[in-house]
Write a protein that binds this ligand. Structure first.
Ligand SMILES: Nc1ncnc2c1ncn2[C@@H]1O[C@H](COP(=O)(O)OP(=O)(O)OP(=O)(O)O)[C@@H](O)[C@H]1O
Ligand SMILES: [Mg+2]
Length: 444
């Protein structure tokens, strides 16, 4: 049977169970097992396992150790604030809590080696013991002798012990420049899309068919695989969105076979979730609540895709000014922005034939000085023209909220166009308590 891990030293039945628990990792598990050898045999002193996050390093190793009932100690170097704690945890896991007091207070490496040796002589166990050091990259920050010592611990304590280092970083970044014992290297490659699909489908929900769940995972990966390949993160997203996916089924609106309708229902929801992958600015619970609140509030408040754009105070006014300059005819500026503009006849002001909506025609370009003029009138001349205003304009261009027209060589007279929608600018205006509709010629 392909994909089945084999080793003469272990029962067929146990290995079969291990294979089942490790989909898509039989190659790595098989290699690791080959390196570990039979329980009584001396194994290689140190093994270095590396690969990106959530590629199953810990999972494969611990499944093997647990299922094959091998003695081991796992310590995450993140948790060990001091070296003493690291040694204590190893002694505790390998020899039991009674032995921990043998270590002196804040033990050194030589204390650890001495106590370990002493305990070994007392015990008669012949099996290989394993010491798993997770986040091994942190060993590099400890005293310089620690990493080299762990790599050849077998020799130092004269026991059948193998140290396994787990790391996201390659071995080349570990090797001290003074040289040291070289561990065996084992790489865990990233999961491919198909592999992720296969692994994630194993989680299927008891009340739904596995075909439905598999279709769901397929949709989920279709959306997220391009931005996120982290199995943990994807699983979290699957758990978070599955109930949304089956909502129409629960309400009997859609049949289970109608995947297309289900897809249409879930897709916008997933796209929104995409904004928070990795950033996770909010917890899952908060996110769910936000989604509920948004639904209740009805229409989106106009910020939609730009919801996360937080602009500086004056940039908001600059954008408002740009919007006004783009959609109001230039000759009406006087009417809106000059306090005592004298009498402008309403008839003159509102030329009937011109009353096709400027909003239908789209934004018009305007020169920089007009933008500044409008800007100073809307902010009530509270700011002096400074370099910061100009740099904020270029930031708005970078953010694609404004677009700059003309060529790079026309330095003297750049023209701009405002590139945001009415909904968006209204939302921005609201945040600075500016009633933009009052200043728009189209809405007079
Ligand atoms: N082949 C697999 N089959 C089933 N579950 C898996 C598989 N690979 C990984 N997982 C699960 O994915 C999660 C992450 O895997 P694991 O903790 O082994 O990653 P890791 O490589 O140790 O990552 P890190 O470097 O972050 O520690 C775990 O919950 C694990 O159970
Ligand atoms: Mg791990």
């Amino acid at each position: 049977m392909p994909g089945q891990i084999q080793h003469p030293g272990y029962e067929e039945e146990k290995l079969l169970r291990v294979s089942k628990l490790l989909p898509c990792r039989d190659v790595q598990a098989g290699r690791l097992l080959a390196l570990m050898g039979e329980p009584e045999q001396y194994s290689y002193p140190s093994i270095f396992i590396y690969g990106h996050r959530a590629t199953g390093k810990s999972h494969v190793l611990h499944t093997l150790l647990n299922e094959l009932e091998l003695p081991y100690a796992t310590v995450s170097c993140v948790e060990c604030l001091s070296l003493g704690l690291l040694f204590q945890k190893i002694i505790l896991s390998l020899f039991g809590s009674d032995c921990v007091p043998l270590l002196p207070r804040s033990p050194s490496l030589s204390d650890f080696v001495r106590v370990y040796k002493q305990l070994c002589v007392q015990s008669t166990a012949k099996q290989t013991k394993y010491i798993v050091l997770d986040r091994a990259d942190l060993l590099r920050d400890m005293e310089a002798n620690i990493l080299p010592a762990f790599l050849r611990l077998q020799e130092l304590v004269e026991d059948n012990v193998t140290v396994v280092l787990l790391s996201e970083i390659v071995w080349e970044k570990f090797r001290p420049n003074t040289g040291c014992f070289e561990p065996l290297l084992l790489h865990f490659p990233d999961y491919s899309k198909d592999e992720l699909q296969q692994i994630m489908c194993e989680d299927s929900h008891p009340s739904y068919t596995s075909e439905l769940y598999s279709a769901f995972i397929n949709i989920l990966l279709g959306v997220f695989y391009s931005v996120c390949r982290d199995l943990r993160e994807l699983r979290h997203l699957a758990a978070l969105n599955f109930f949304k996916f089956i909502e129409p089924l629960e309400k009997d609106e859609v049949k289970e076979s109608d995947i297309h309708r289900l897809w249409r229902n879930i897709e916008p929801h997933l796209k929104k979730a995409m904004q928070t992958v990795y950033l996770r600015e909010v917890s899952s619970v908060q996110w769910e609540q936000q989604q509920m609140a948004e639904k209740e509030a009805g229409a989106l408040r106009g910020l939609s895709a730009h919801a996360h754009v937080e602009l500086p105070y004056y940039s908001k006014f600059l954008l408002i000014a740009a919007y006004l300059a783009s959609y109001n005819p230039a000759r009406t500026d006087k009417r809106f922005f000059v306090k005592h503009h004298g009498k402008i006849k309403k008839n003159n002001f509102l030329k009937k034939h011109e009353k096709t909506s400027n909003h239908l025609l789209g934004p018009k370009p305007f020169p920089l000085d007009r933008l500044l003029a409008v800007f100073y009138s809307v902010v009530d001349s509270r700011v002096a023209p400074t370099a910061s205003v100009f740099s904020q304009i270029s930031s708005l261009v970078t953010l694609q909220l404004l677009s700059q027209l003309g060529h790079d060589d026309q330095l003297d007279a750049p023209k701009y166009k405002c590139a945001v929608s009415l909904d968006f600018i209204q939302a921005i205006s609201r945040t600075v308590s500016f009633d933009i509709v009052k200043y728009l010629y189209d809405f007079l």
